[in-house]
Design a protein around this ligand. Structure first.
Ligand code: AMP
Ligand code: MG
Length: 474
């Protein structure tokens, strides 16, 4: 038993010591201040939200005090960044401060982000800024609310420090949770150093804890990673989420959405959408995500090539298309309420996407508003758009005998639009207005519900917030 009743296990430290560096956090800032904490994430650790008021809790989630009975550690990994081998990376500003076993037997990593430098910081300062911390905090919970596999966020602390980016910014520490933070890049690290035995040790470690029904079967496990990754990306595509930096070091071995940086949700539908201002080539554009996921899985396959025969890896990798396509089409059908398969359905789905593309209609509202008045839906496509009218009448005929009453539980009203995230950031940074952050946070945790008084946050960006740029700088 540790602080706050947590049941901690030094699980990752069971690996040989060249998998990590054990070290305490740096104690960033003089007087850390809790900005927000998340009861739903606390529940994953069986943590009573009453602890949020305990000064010891703030000490722990700011890195100013360790959790009892756990030696904090930074993990080493490598990766391909923008398609190029980048060599060693690692937890440059992340630190695992605990691994807690909950009552359901699930092991959860507790990780601080921004609590100081580690041996893997390279040229970085080990810090995180409030802006990117709020973005990750809100988006983790938005994705969880949308039922998309993701890391979670437990708390935000303001460090009181100023951090230098393009301009000076307030510093923060995020506490995030994930069943595991192991990335494709962990496996690539040992493979590309020629330490093949360590690839095996890590694979067996991951399988034993997170894939217990696949112990001894590396091929089945790799196949499962392919499947989970394909399903996750299909969910991204269906909801209109662009990750922005799908480097292999940001790809979770559990198929979780991980490392929220310059991500974006589609406002106007644009398949070529590039959310990351730094991605000048558009490698990580919205439409490219499935291809990139496949590319990353191939990089992982290479790293596993001493464990699994090449033909088997090729065979498993080839299942990606089926898993992705099947899931994506299922989700798009569900978004329109098409339960029975009827000829012409694909044309109907394609027709709507084409229409949205042409008119730059809002992606989220084009689905959500199907349960509203026809006139309101048609407005999304401009004044008197005959193509939209014709699509809608075809859709109404097609769905006459479908039950559309559950559609609002499939098509979210709220996604974390950039302008909404920016509103939360400005509220906290400029006015210490935590209430606005909290309002937006609650919308994101329940994105299918209507929230009276907060309708505005479901809308496309107002004109003065249309061209917000996000970059890798965080
Ligand atoms: P990212 O693009 O955020 O996934 O980060 C890529 C690598 O850079 C990871 O190894 C991070 O730990 C590291 N990194 C990013 N920002 C910082 C920072 N401010 N200080 C130290 N390391 C960083
Ligand atoms: Mg990363």
């Amino acid at each position: 038993m540790s602080d706050f009743g947590l049941i901690l296990e030094n699980h990752y430290a069971g690996l040989p010591d060249d998998f990590y560096t054990k070290m305490p956090a740096e104690k960033v800032g003089e007087r850390p201040r809790l900005i927000h904490a998340n009861p739903k994430a606390a529940a994953l650790l069986d943590l009573d939200p009453a602890v949020f008021g305990d000064p010891r809790f703030v000490d722990v989630v700011s890195g100013h005090a360790p959790l009892e009975n756990f030696e904090a550690l930074a993990m080493v990994y490598s990766g391909h960044q923008f398609g190029v081998w980048a060599g060693q990376l690692g937890d440059g500003r992340a630190l695992m401060i605990g691994q807690a076993r909950n009552r359901d037997g699930e092991l959860w990593d507790i990780q601080l982000k921004g609590a100081g430098k580690t041996p893997y910081s390279r040229f970085g300062d080990g810090r995180a800024v409030m802006r990117s911390t709020i973005r990750e905090y809100l988006c983790s919970e938005a994705m969880a609310g949308l039922r998309i596999p993701t890391s979670r966020a437990l708390a935000i602390v303001a460090t009181g420090e100023t951090v230098m980016r393009e301009a000076p910014e307030p510093g923060a520490v995020l506490t995030r949770l994930a069943r595991s933070h192991v990335r494709f890049g962990h496996f690539e690290h040992f493979f590309h150093r020629g330490e093949k035995d360590k690839v095996r040790v890590l694979a067996d470690h991951v399988i034993a804890e997170y894939f217990p029904n696949m112990i001894g079967d590396h091929a089945a496990w790799y196949g499962e990673v392919v499947r989970r990754t394909a399903v996750m990306v299909a969910q991204w595509q269906a909801v209109g989420f662009a990750h922005g930096v799908m480097n292999t070091d940001n790809m979770s071995i559990l198929g979780l959405t991980l490392d929220y940086g310059p991500y974006g949700f589609l406002d106007a539908y644009d398949p070529q959408f590039i959310c990351n201002h730094t991605d000048t080539q558009g490698r990580y554009s919205f439409i490219n995500q499935p291809v990139i996921a496949h590319w990353n899985l191939r990089a992982l396959a290479l790293a596993l090539s001493d464990l699994i025969p090449t033909e088997t890896l090729i065979e498993k990798l080839a299942t990606f298309e089926g898993h992705f396509g099947g899931t994506y089409h299922g989700l798009m059908r569900a978004k329109l309420g098409l339960t029975r398969e009827v000829e012409g359905d694909n044309k109907l789905i394609g027709g709507l996407l084409g229409l949205m593309n042409k008119t730059r209609a809002d992606y989220t509202l084009s689905f959500r508003n199907l349960t509203g008045e026809d006139a309101g839906w048609l407005k999304l496509f401009g004044e008197a758009n005959v193509d939209a009218e014709s699509w809608l009448s075809r859709y109404r005929v097609r769905t006459e005998s479908e039950d559309l009453s559950g559609l609002d539980r499939i098509n979210p009203k709220y996604v974390l639009r950039n302008w909404v995230a920016e509103t939360a950031i400005r509220a906290v940074e400029d006015h210490n207005d935590i209430a606005t952050l909290d309002r937006i946070f609650r919308l994101m945790q329940a994105p299918f519900e209507t929230h009276d008084g907060d309708e505005a946050f479901a809308a496309p960006p107002p004109p003065n917030m249309c061209d917000l740029e996000v970059s890798c700088s965080s």
